[in-house]
Design a protein around this ligand. Structure first.
Ligand code: WTA
Length: 631
C-alpha cells in the first residue's frame, strides 16, 4: 500500500493525528504488511528503564515483507543493480525473484553451518550484492546480524565480535576501493586470534587474491552455496525479537551495540522511505552509503525493499576512475533519487563543474543528504549543479539509535530552507531543552535536542548492557531520549542541527568518540596521555586534532606523528587517523584533574583570542604553550 503523504496540508494533518493518537496512527501504517499473527498491543513504554515494545504479540518475518510479499506483483522487477568498482567490469542485477532465491539459498547455507534463531552473525564484507543477501539471510532464519564496516581494523572487528559472541563470520578474500585492492580476509584472521566464539568463517571469492584458509574453520561461500537448497521458509519472529546489532561510537568507552528489533523497525523504515523521498512506483533509487552504517541498513536494504523499490548498489568510490563517477552512474541507471553525504558533495565540488557538466543528470527528481550538517555553499552547489535547480534536497537528520529518518523535508512537499533539516516526520515528538533540562517552548530557541515519545524504530537496548543504554540516552534529561545533538528551532519552527554537544565527533559523516581515538593514540609506546577534539574541516566537516604528551623528547617529530597515525589505524581504522597532532608538555586540567576541552577546541579552531576564563586550571601557563604550538 502506498502510504505517501500528498501535500503540506496532509502532512500537517498526519502530524497532528500522530500526536493525538500515536497508537492508532502507527497501527494504520502497520496494517498492510504481511503478519503471521497480528499484534495484541500497539505500544507499551516507559523512558525510565527504558522499556519499549511496539506491536507486541505480533508474529512476522521481515524478509517475507521485503521479498515474498512482492513476488506476485513485481517478481521480475529489478531489486538491485550492482555497479562494480571498475566501470569496465561486468555489473549484475537481481530481480525480486532472483534476490528471494539467493537469500533463501544463503539462509540454508547459514543453517547448514549450525546457525539458528537468536545466534549472532558478524558480516565483514565490501559492497557486493552478497553483503545484502547475507543480511537478509540472517533475518530469514532469525539470526541477529552485526555488520561491521570493512574499513575497521582487526582490533575493532575483534571487539565487536567478542561483545556479542558472534558464532559465524561472513567475509570476502578482498575488496576493491578505487585503484586499490584491499585485504579483508587477513584482517578477519588477525581478529579471530582472540575470538573463541567464532566457529566458522564463510569466505566469498571476490578479488581472487591469495589467502590462507584455516582447516575446519574456513569455507568458501561459492562452494557451500552450491549445496544449499533455495527453499527456505521464513522463521516466525516476535515483533520485539532482535533484528540486528550495529556498533556505534559514543562519548565514553568502547563502541556500543545498538539493538533494533523487528516489527517497529520494519514499519518505520518503510513509512519514512516512501514519504521522505516520495518514492514512486518504477523509480530508480540510489543511496551511496556503505551497508556497514545505519544508512545502509535502513535505506539501502530494508526501507527500499519493503517499499518494493529498485535500487543501485555501488562498490566503489566517487573519484574512481575520475570525479565524474557518481554522475556517470546516475545517467547509466537513470537514477531518480540520489542520497549521499555532505562530505562527498564537498569533495566533488572541489573538482569543479567539468565533471557534472559532462552528464545529463536529467533523470534526477530528488536529492538527499545524511550524516552530518550540510553547509549552505554545498547545499546550493548540489541544488544548482546536480539538481539543475529542479530537485528538492531532503536534508535528513537521524541516528543509528533512531533507526530511521526523524527530521526531514518530504520531497517536493515541504518548503525548503538550505542547511535546515526542516520539520519532524509524523510520529516524531521533538523537544529542545536547555542545560538544566528545562523545555524551551515556542520558536526562535536553541538548545539540546531530545525526543519525548517513542517511535517504532527506536533503540531498544545496548547489547549485553541495558544500564549503558539508560545512562547514555535516558538519564541526562529524565523522561526524555537525549540525542547528543544541539539544535535550533527558528522563527518558522524549522529545525537546524548545529552538531554534537557531547564528546562525539563527525568526520566525513563517520561518527567517532574522542575517548576511543585517545585510547588508540595511548597505545603508542611513547605516549603518556592525549586529548582529542574536533575542529571545522572544509571537506570532512570535522577534522581530528590530537594533543599528545610523550614520555621522552623526540627529535623526529614527523616520524612520531606517522607512528601515532599508524597506531590509530591499527586500533580503529584509517577513518580515525588524526589530521593534526600537536606534541605538548601538559594538558589544561582543572584541580580535580578534568581536561578543559573548551580550551583545546578553541586552539584547534584557531580562535585563540577568546579562550575565556582559565583561572580554575592547575597550571594556567600550559595554555600559552599550547597556543604557541598550535598547528
Ligand atoms: C549527525 C547517521 C546534521 C548528528 C544517520 C547525529 C546530522 C549523528 C544529520 C548520527 C543531518 C546525521 N544534519 N547532522 N542531516 N544526520 N547527523 O549514528 O550529529 O552515524 O547525531 O547516523 O550524525 O550519526 P549516525
Amino acid at each position: 500500500m502506498d502510504t505517501r503523504i500528498p501535500s503540506l496540508e496532509k502532512y500537517q494533518e498526519e502530524f497532528e493525528r500522530s500526536l493525538a493518537s500515536p497508537e492508532a496512527f502507527w497501527a494504520e501504517k502497520a496494517e498492510h504488511f504481511s503478519w503471521k499473527k497480528k499484534w495484541d498491543q500497539v505500544l507499551s513504554w516507559n523512558f525510565e528503564e527504558p522499556h519499549i515494545e511496539w506491536f507486541a504479540g505480533g508474529k512476522l518475518n521481515i524478509t517475507e515483507n521485503c521479498l515474498d510479499r512482492h513476488l506476485e506483483k513485481r517478481g521480475d522487477q529489478v531489486a538491485y543493480y550492482w555497479e562494480p568498482n571498475d566501470p569496465a567490469a561486468a555489473g549484475k542485477s537481481y530481480t525480486y525473484k532472483e534476490l528471494h532465491r539467493e537469500v533463501c539459498a544463503c539462509a540454508n547455507m547459514l543453517k547448514g553451518l549450525g546457525a539458528k534463531k537468536g545466534d549472532r552473525i558478524c558480516i565483514y564484507m565490501p559492497m557486493v550484492p552478497e553483503l545484502t543477501i547475507a543480511v537478509l539471510a540472517c533475518a530469514r532464519i532469525g539470526a541477529i546480524h552485526s555488520v561491521v564496516f570493512a574499513g575497521f581494523s582487526a582490533a575493532s572487528l575483534a571487539s565487536r565480535i567478542q561483545d556479542c559472541d558472534s558464532m559465524l563470520v561472513l567475509t570476502s578474500d578482498g575488496a576493491y576501493r578505487g585503484p586499490k585492492s584491499i585485504a579483508i580476509k587477513s584482517v578477519v584472521d588477525e581478529a579471530l586470534e582472540i575470538c573463541p566464539s567464532v566457529q566458522k568463517v564463510l569466505v566469498l571469492k571476490h578479488t581472487n587474491v591469495p589467502i590462507e584458509m584455516v582447516e575446519g574453520r574456513d569455507l568458501y561461500w561459492q562452494e557451500e552455496i552450491q549445496k544449499s537448497s533455495a527453499d527456505c521458509p521464513a522463521e516466525p519472529m516476535d515483533a520485539e525479537d532482535m533484528l540486528f546489532i550495529l556498533y556505534t561510537s559514543g562519548s565514553t568507552g568502547k563502541p556500543k551495540g545498538v539493538v533494533h528489533t523487528t516489527a517497529g523497525y520494519m514499519v518505520y523504515t518503510e513509512y519514512t522511505f516512501r514519504n521522505v523521498f516520495q518514492y514512486q512506483e518504477g523509480e530508480v533509487y540510489w543511496c551511496t552509503a556503505d551497508i556497514g552504517w545505519i544508512t545502509g541498513h535502513s535505506y539501502m536494504v530494508y526501507g527500499p525493499l519493503l517499499a518494493g523499490a529498485t535500487s543501485v548498489l555501488f562498490e566503489g568510490i566517487p573519484t574512481f576512475p575520475d570525479a565524474g563517477r557518481f554522475w556517470q552512474i546516475i545517467d547509466k541507471y537513470h537514477v531518480n533519487i540520489f542520497y549521499t553525504a555532505p562530505t562527498a558533495i564537498r569533495s566533488l565540488q572541489l573538482f569543479g563543474l567539468d565533471f557534472p557538466t559532462q552528464y545529463s543528470l536529467s533523470s534526477l527528481r530528488v536529492l538527499g543528504t545524511v550524516g552530518e550538517p550540510i553547509n549552505e555553499e554545498a547545499w546550493h552547489w548540489y541544488h544548482q549543479h546536480i539538481g539543475k535547480g529542479n530537485c528538492p534536497i531532503v536534508d535528513t537528520w537521524w541516528q543509528t539509535e533512531t533507526g530511521g529518518i526523524m527530521i526531514s523535508p518530504l520531497a517536493g512537499i515541504t518548503p525548503l530552507k538550505p542547511a535546515f533539516a526542516t520539520l519532524p516526520l509524523p510520529g516524531v515528538q521533538l523537544v529542545i531543552v536547555d542545560q538544566e533540562g528545562k523545555v524551551l517552548l515556542g520558536n526562535g530557541v536553541e538548545g539540546n535536542l531530545c525526543i519525548q515519545f517513542p517511535w517504532p524504530s527506536m533503540i531498544r537496548t545496548t547489547y549485553g548492557d541495558h544500564e549503558r543504554c539508560k545512562q547514555n540516552y535516558f538519564s541526562t534529561y529524565p523522561g526524555l531520549y537525549f540525542t547528543g545533538d544541539g539544535c535550533k528551532r527558528d522563527e518558522d519552527g524549522y529545525y537546524r542541527i548545529t552538531g554534537r554537544v557531547d564528546d562525539v565527533i563527525n568526520v566525513s559523516g563517520h561518527r567517532l568518540g574522542t575517548a576511543e581515538i585517545e585510547n588508540a593514540i595511548n597505545q603508542h609506546a611513547d605516549v603518556v596521555e592525549s586529548a582529542v577534539v574536533g575542529y571545522p574541516h572544509e571537506i570532512k566537516g570535522q577534522g581530528i586534532y590530537a594533543y599528545v604528551i610523550c614520555s621522552k623528547k623526540n627529535d623526529d617529530l614527523a616520524m612520531l606523528r606517522l607512528e601515532i597515525m599508524a597506531t590509530v589505524q591499527k586500533m580503529i581504522g584509517s577513518i580515525a587517523k588524526p589530521d593534526k597532532i600537536q606534541i605538548v608538555s601538559g594538558l589544561p586540567k582543572t584541580r580535580s584533574g578534568k581536561i578543559m576541552r573548551r580550551i583545546l577546541r578553541k586552539v584547534a579552531e584557531g580562535d585563540v583570542s577568546n579562550i575565556g576564563d582559565i583561572s580554575t586550571l592547575l597550571d594556567p601557563a600550559i595554555v600559552d604553550e599550547i597556543k604557541a604550538g598550535a598547528i
